[in-house]
Write a protein that binds this ligand. Structure first.
Ligand code: NDP
Length: 501
């Protein structure tokens, strides 16, 4: 029985933040768009307008890039010691932690995810990411290299490398983890001493704008982080193409990733891309069945399936196929779909009407090709953008639901008998972001982990993230890595210095 008591109302602080005029942050000042335009952001649980936000386009991107360029070339930022830079990033982490509740509620309002998830995952992971990257600020080192130059006999050299910040970075992020994606992008950029123009997703700009205020409070000099909300086709495209941007970092669809790449060609800016996925999750018959069933369910249903690494293709050894399908379907039936502010909710709405239509369109296409839903299979309710957790069987590798990223709570379950065929099937995708393996046979697990073409392989677990663990894709799932030491390489240039002695 739903009671009013279980609904957690947004904090007053959040209500007053949401009801403000939302501007953009350029060179330390909150400003209207040059065009004076604004765009709406919606509450996906109701479809109602939550707030209006300044709509940045090319002109605003120009101003923001100018601010970031000045901050990089001649501002106080480059004169800070690495230790001072690290402390500032740490302070930002502290401020996010102090404002955890407010940021979590903003995330639930704007994105729809359950508040308990935003509190336990999105915000704490953002805090941890900034703390991890704060530590790196003092550890970005070059090497000394003994050289032997054959054509200058007798001359000795001192040769070393410097790792320098790449410069002005344009960062374009999606709506599935709005604050956390901002942290993944900003953390390494700030640790290495870059300056940034960040464009949040049009669906979820609010937590990023609040983050902008905390960035100011942490004491980052003006222009180091500029935040320009707006649409991808205008603000995003202008940022990706801008001749004064040295690098662009993007998370989103593979389709837009390819556009970013084309736009970046003009000045050959560096590019890192974290794109889509269609990740295989493989369950062998020798498995701990309960663990595998829970793991397979959470691999696809976490964040309503709106995860680039969602375990959306479930391959189960034929001997236990029916049991696993029934187990995952049972878990799906138990998922409480509703408002993110209801403490009993396990799954909120999808982020937008567009996403609702896209996911329902995939379901229709699956059914028309012969797929069958054991559970779910369509929209939940008629208000807001909710979709029922869905398990599809009778699918094959030719169907769109098996080949394409659905980005919703929909898993296709497919039986296998031969492990060699399984490896071929699991790798039969243009994507290569993640994979899961469930077995008690550790040799089998590591052998398969080596054969899967994916940037992350989870064994007897799924969706385990850590600021220290690199994340990114093979094939069309992207270029480069987020998090971990590897992320820093994407934000630095190597300079070789050679001095005759
Ligand atoms: P997009 O790839 O369109 O959006 C991601 C970001 O890119 C947003 O900030 C968006 O802006 C921006 N963008 C859009 N077009 C351009 C452009 N031409 N130049 C520069 N930036 C641009 O994803 P969608 O939101 O349309 O979602 C579509 C599908 O993408 C999903 O169904 C899912 O399959 C995949 N996706 C993957 C994600 C991942 O984590 N890898 C995350 C989100 C989506 P705007 O603010 O206008 O949206």
């Amino acid at each position: 029985m739903a009671t009013a008591l279980k609904i957690v109302p947004p904090e007053d602080k959040v209500t007053s933040f949401v009801s403000r005029t939302h501007q953009m942050l350029i060179h330390g000042k909150w400003t209207e768009a040059v065009s004076g335009k604004t765009f709406p952001t919606y509450n996906p649980a109701t479809g109602e307008v939550l707030a209006r936000v300044a709509e940045g386009d090319r002109a605003d991107i120009d101003l923001a890039v100018k601010a970031a360029r000045t901050a990089f070339d001649s501002g106080p930022w480059r004169k800070l010691t690495p230790s001072e830079r690290g402390r500032m990033i740490w302070k930002l982490a502290d401020l996010i932690e102090e404002n955890l509740e407010e940021l979590a509620e903003l995330e639930t309002l704007d994105n729809g995810k359950p508040l308990k998830i935003a509190r336990a995952a999105d915000v704490p992971l953002a805090v941890d990411l900034f703390r991890y990257m704060a530590g790196w600020a003092t550890k970005i080192e070059g090497t000394t290299i003994p050289i032997s130059v054959a054509y200058t006999p007798g001359v000795q050299y001192l040769a070393y490398t410097l790792r320098e910040p790449v410069g002005v970075v344009g960062q374009i992020i999606p709506w599935n983890f709005p604050l956390l994606m901002a942290a993944w992008k900003l953390g390494p950029a700030l640790a290495t001493g870059c300056t940034v123009v960040l464009k949040p997703a049009e669906q979820t700009p609010l937590s990023c704008l609040r983050l902008g205020e905390l960035i100011q409070e942490a004491g980052f000099p003006d222009g180091v982080v500029n935040i320009v909300p707006g649409y991808g086709e205008t603000a995003g495209a202008a940022l990706a193409a801008h001749p004064n941007v040295d690098k662009v970092a993007f998370t989103g669809s593979t389709e837009v990733g390819k556009l970013i790449l084309q736009a970046a060609a003009g000045n050959l800016k560096k590019v890192s891309l974290e794109l889509g996925g269609k990740s295989p999750n493989v369950v062998f018959a020798d498995v701990d069945l309960d663990a595998a069933i829970s793991g397979a369910a959470s691999a696809i249903f976490f964040n309503h399936g709106q995860c680039c690494c969602a375990g959306s293709r479930l391959y189960v050894e034929d001997k236990i196929f029916d049991k696993v399908v029934e187990g995952v379907s049972e878990q799906a039936r138990k998922i409480n779909v509703g408002s993110g502010f209801d403490s009993s909710t396990d799954m909120g709405p999808l982020v937008s009407e567009e996403q609702l239509n896209r996911v329902c369109g995939y379901l229709e296409s699956g059914f028309s090709e012969g797929a069958k839903a054991v559970v779910g299979g369509g929209r939940h309710g008629d208000k807001g953008y909710f979709v029922k957790p869905t398990v599809l069987v009778n699918t094959n590798e030719k169907m769109k639901v098996v080949r394409e990223e659905i980005f919703g709570p929909v898993v296709t379950a497919i039986p296998f008998s031969d492990p060699d065929d399984l490896t071929v099937q699991a790798n039969d995708t243009v994507y290569g972001l993640a994979a899961g393996i469930w077995t008690r046979d550790i040799k089998k697990a590591h052998r398969l982990a080596g054969q899967l073409r994916a940037g992350t392989v989870w064994i007897n677990c799924y969706n385990i993230f850590d600021a220290a663990l690199p994340f990114g894709g093979y094939k069309q799932s992207g270029w480069g890595r987020e998090m971990g030491k590897d992320a820093l390489e994407m934000y630095t240039e190597v300079k070789a210095v050679c001095s005759a002695m």
